[in-house]
Design a binder for this molecule. Sequence first.
Ligand SMILES: Cc1cc2nc3c(=O)[nH]c(=O)nc-3n(C[C@H](O)[C@H](O)[C@H](O)COP(=O)(O)OP(=O)(O)OC[C@H]3O[C@@H](n4cnc5c(N)ncnc54)[C@H](O)[C@@H]3O)c2cc1C
Length: 468
Amino acid sequence: MADTFDLTVIGSGPGGYVAAIRAAQLGMKVAVVEKWATHGGTCLNIGCIPSKALLHASELFEEAGHQFKNFGIDIPAPKLNLQQMMAHKDDTVTANVSGVDFLFKKNKITPFRGTGSIQAAGKVLVTSSTGTTTTLESKNIIIATGSVSANLPGIEVDEERVVTSTGAIKLKEVPKRLLVIGAGIIGLELGSVWARLGAKVTVVEFLDRIVPGLDSEAARQLQRMLQKQGLEFKLGTKVAGIDKNADSITARLEPAAGGDVELAEFDVALVAVGRKPFTEGLGLEAAGVALDERGRVRTDGHYATNVPGIYAIGDVIVGPMLAHKAEDEGIAVAEIIAGQAGHVNYGTIPSVLYTSPEVAWVGKSEDELKAEGIEYKIGKFPFTANGRAKAMLATQGFVKILADVKTDRVLGGVIISKGAGEMIHEITVLMEFSGAAEDLARTTHAHPTLSEAVREAALMCGDGAIHI
Ligand SMILES: Cc1cc2nc3c(=O)[nH]c(=O)nc-3n(C[C@H](O)[C@H](O)[C@H](O)COP(=O)(O)OP(=O)(O)OC[C@H]3O[C@@H](n4cnc5c(N)ncnc54)[C@H](O)[C@@H]3O)c2cc1C
């Protein structure tokens, strides 16, 4: 007899595990199938959580070495204990993935360990690593199998000398020379970690700018800040191949527009050219589930695939590959399956780049508003004029708020600053409620806080800020 469920979720990343919990809260009998040894997917095991543990620890190392003296704290030069830093990262991962196990138990969700494949609508086969199989009968199925790192032709990843993010969060020693291929979020975050710990980091990017999608003014400022921190950028350049030598690797760098090849030596290369949806082994072809032209599971506005009873969410479908986007889709799809009106507002999904300073943005960028011909006004405020930032020696960066010229409705915002990833949410909530810049400008902000700069930027959309 097959086990029977109202819902079977394949994949336990932030999309899958959140969908499972919400569905259980709504009264469904839920199974989760996960092929890895631990729950939590890319985000908790090899993505958001371990990278942020290393970013935090390496930032403290950098501050202890270069900032403490400015605050009157005289200490000898800090010594790196990489093994302990990695242990902190691993402990952080363990605490988070065991949190998911706890939540599954609490919500009476049945976990199955193994690779899930869809035999037909309503039927999932689970194959364990030893080859034993279990068949689950399920009224509904959610595909939440996420994504894997993309690669470039001519580059062979070994996760030791040529690594993806997975190898880059567990290097055993600090590379003297690190090549980062791709100036997107993952490349700049992990490049920052190793630069702070002593690597000479060179970032090679095919485009002529860093972080596509980020407001171009903010991207230019961030690049200058990272250059000051020692990162070298080669924009408009492609890595045509990598040769491994006995003690080093040689990268072939070529101008994106064509031209002479330059050879450059490194110790480790990080391939950070994006991620691609993962559907291997799911049996989607046999089950008749359609993919789009980029290999993502095709869904309608309600996360339904073309096969009734089969849904998909997270990195494996269209949209930004972000954990909170996957989580919100998980909640929405569970509510839709339960007959409720689950919904995600894709216009207000914030992005955060956890460099130092952080960069956070939400809604439309200035570049997008220009391209769409929308008339906007800008309220901008620098942290050099913020009292708390001065006290913290954190005066780098600015807040920029973009509002509709006629209605004053906030259309987007970007913040570069320490703690930007926390502050962006006041613009996000405002946008969620279709608020105007004046609403934010008239809201009392505690003094002294970095958030006052957000309010001052909102004031700049109207009659002007007070402190500039
Ligand atoms: C280094 C790095 C840093 C990141 N940092 C951030 C960040 O700071 N903020 C942010 O928002 N996002 C971040 N991301 C992106 C984030 O991790 C993803 O957007 C998120 O994990 C997607 O969630 P998901 O549930 O769709 O899929 P995933 O988290 O990829 O989970 C998919 C799960 O499905 C399992 N699976 C796949 N196929 C099968 C099968 N057939 N049977 C059983 N199980 C299967 C996999 O083992 C995996 O556990 C980062 C990613 C990386 C790589």
